[in-house]
Write a new protein. Structure first.
Length: 255
């Protein structure tokens, strides 16, 4: 007797929603900003932070919005016109590779995030609360004076920060912010690739693909690489080993 395997069932993925945002807004906030970062684990180019501001009147997100890592590049691009009309304001902030080398990745994340907040605040006023993907609040300034702060960090009112693991998969404002940041940073890396074609950033967006790593071993890093990291071909002057970093892998690459 032949035994047939049971059919494989898939659980539908729940679309991101605004229930968590509305709960925070009911606690007294007027404006909430969903925020997410991309490029933290890249070897070259900026780290980027997207922000989307909503309030109690904001309707459900456009159909198809999801964590950018779950969407194909074409699907993300198709969402841009609708996301440009959704919410009260939206922006993407960046911190360059040079700034990452100067202050470290966490302070650079804060710099990119405050730049994005400054942009939306200029449109809608100060944001009351930020909904941040993950388990670590990298946006708030440390209680102790930050010795590595950059002089050009925007002076914006400090919002209350609420962190939520996997917010980019469940919270519409955060998912939308991740799509905007991913699309803008990817486009930047494609443009920069024309200046440094050997590293194939148009394909890997600066992440550690085999082709990128091979070019680093052969040519060493260029001015747009994060030279404070121990990159192949960088010599002994780079103190930070890639194995010490919690690197994200870009899902669009072959690695």
């Amino acid at each position: 007797m032949t035994l047939l395997a049971a059919p494989r069932t898939t659980v539908p993925r729940t679309a991101p929603h605004l229930r968590h945002e509305r709960g925070l807004l009911r606690d007294g906030a007027r404006l909430l900003a969903g925020m997410d970062e991309v490029g933290r684990g890249s070897l070259a180019g900026p780290v980027s932070v997207g922000v989307v501001v909503v309030d109690v009147t904001t309707r459900s997100a456009p159909k198809g919005v999801a964590d950018s890592k779950l969407l194909a590049p074409a699907a993300r691009t198709r969402l841009l016109p609708a996301l440009g009309r959704w919410g009260l304001a939206r922006a993407v902030g960046h911190a360059s590779a040079e700034e990452i080398d100067a202050v470290g990745i966490i302070a650079a994340l804060r710099l990119a995030g405050t730049r994005a907040l400054a942009s939306v605040s200029a449109v809608v006023g100060p944001v009351d609360v930020v909904l941040l993907d993950g388990s670590h609040d990298w946006l708030s300034r440390p209680a102790q004076a930050d010795l590595f702060a950059l002089d050009d960090e925007p002076d914006v009112p400090a919002p209350r920060v609420h962190v939520k693991v996997k917010a980019d998969r469940t919270c519409a404002s955060v998912a939308a912010a991740s799509v905007l940041a991913k699309c803008e940073r990817d486009a930047m890396m494609v443009d920069l690739s024309a200046q440094h074609p050997a590293y194939r950033w148009h394909e890997n967006k600066g992440y550690a693909s085999p082709e990128h790593m091979a070019a680093l071993r052969e040519l060493g890093p260029c001015v747009l690489h994060r030279r404070s990291w121990r990159l192949p071909g960088a010599g002994e002057e780079s103190p930070l080993d890639l194995d010490d970093l919690d690197l994200e892998l870009d899902p669009d690459g072959p690695y």
